[in-house]
Design a protein around this ligand. Structure first.
Ligand SMILES: *Cc1c(COP(=O)(O)O)cnc(C)c1O
Length: 354
């Protein structure tokens, strides 16, 4: 990947187009089954641009999951920068939103005097905050039909859409067939250093390019980044299946579908996810607290099967050390329920997987 970056053919992508970027964008559009593509600096910018292009008229509203990345983790940019009104619909634990709830959230044109105008529905696949759940092609198609019936657009935040495609065994172009636009992260499981890409119609991408420039995301010799992204697409998509296999080994459960595993820590152990993650870091295992009781682990292609076993052992050792250490002072309110003999196996009581 580094060699491809060093050897990339480049030019000014703002002025005349960078040849490596153009080749990369054409290839992504082909793989995703859409007319055109544009490279953007981040997934957040990709989603922001997509929502803003679909909602270019002021007073537009977007329907999106209450637990979606766009709603929770993107600084509310669609409203603060784009003036787009978010209408949230409850995300089910599997990452979907009930179709009838989506339909009920669509504004009736009769109320146009006082309602914002619904223009867009957003899905997320895989759904990050729902544990990396995959959204099926059947569900996506049904939401697409609903969108068309009401004259709306469908955007998919497909940060990990290639993971969903691999886990579901559905080609990515089929999985996103119903969508008008998709944003895809190149720097997550695919392993490129920087960037995302959005796909859609030629007209959508022309507007997206203009907005990318407005937002300061027009970059010059972008071929250096697109060369890496091209290698990621060519060499790393095929490795995702193996990442999922290793995630399953980690989870020790048949429910693991993707590259992420969430596990809960038994609250009565008095061990916080933060202290467990800090302890794991000393073993060279990096994990992330996901909530006050759970930890998130992500597998990627540079993590071998023996690394997975090492991580599992490290968790056991870290937990026994933490149990020996006893509760931190912040837990002193509750020390009466502290049990020094608690076995580490009972501390992690539940692996949920995606
Ligand atoms: C990571 C992620 C994004 C945003 O990507 P950045 O490149 O970090 O801005 C958007 N959506 C989902 C579901 C993600 O996981």
């Amino acid at each position: 990947m580094r060699a491809a970056m060093a050897g990339a053919d480049v030019d000014d992508d703002v002025l005349s187009g960078d040849p490596t970027a153009q080749r990369f964008e054409e290839e992504v559009a082909r793989i995703m089954g859409k007319e055109a593509a544009v490279f953007v600096p981040s997934g957040t910018m990709g989603n922001l641009i997509s929502v803003l292009v679909h909602c270019e008229v002021r007073g537009s509203e977007v329907i999106l999951g209450d637990n979606s990345h766009i709603h929770i983790y993107e600084n509310g940019g669609i409203s603060s920068i784009g003036g787009v009104h978010p209408r949230t619909v409850k995300n089910n634990p599997d990452g979907t939103m009930d179709i009838d709830r989506i339909e009920a959230a669509i504004r009736h044109p009769d109320g146009a005097l006082y309602y914002p105008t619904t223009r867009l529905i957003c899905l997320e696949n895989t759904h990050a905050n729902c544990g990396g759940r995959c959204i099926s092609v059947e569900y996506t198609d049904r939401v697409g039909e609903l969108a068309r019936k009401h004259g709306l657009k469908l955007h998919i935040d497909g940060a990990r859409i290639f993971n969903a495609s691999a886990a579901l065994g559905v080609p990515v172009h089929r999985l996103v067939q119903a969508a008008d636009s998709v944003s895809v992260c190149l720097s997550k499981g695919l392993g490129a250093p920087v960037g995302s890409v959005i796909v859609g119609t030629k007209d959508f991408i022309t507007k997206a390019r203009r907005l990318r420039k407005t937002l300061g995301g027009g970059m010059r010799q972008i071929g250096v980044l697109c060369a890496a992204a091209y290698v990621a697409l060519r060499d790393n998509v095929v490795k995702l299946e193996d990442d999922h296999r290793k995630a399953k080994i980690f989870a020790g459960s048949q429910f693991s579908l993707c590259d992420q595993v969430f596990f809960n820590i038994n609250e009565s152990s008095m061990i916080s996810p933060i202290s467990l993650c800090e302890a794991l870091e000393k073993f060279g295992v990096l994990a992330m607290p996901a909530s006050s009781t759970s930890v998130r682990v992500v597998i990627h292609y540079q993590i071998s099967e023996s690394d997975v076993h090492y991580a599992l052992t490290s968790i056991k050792v870290a937990l026994s050390l933490l149990l020996l250490e006893g509760p931190k002072s912040s837990y002193s309110r509750n020390t009466s329920c502290w049990n020094h003999k608690m076995r580490t196996e009972s501390v992690i009581h539940h692996f949920t997987c995606s």
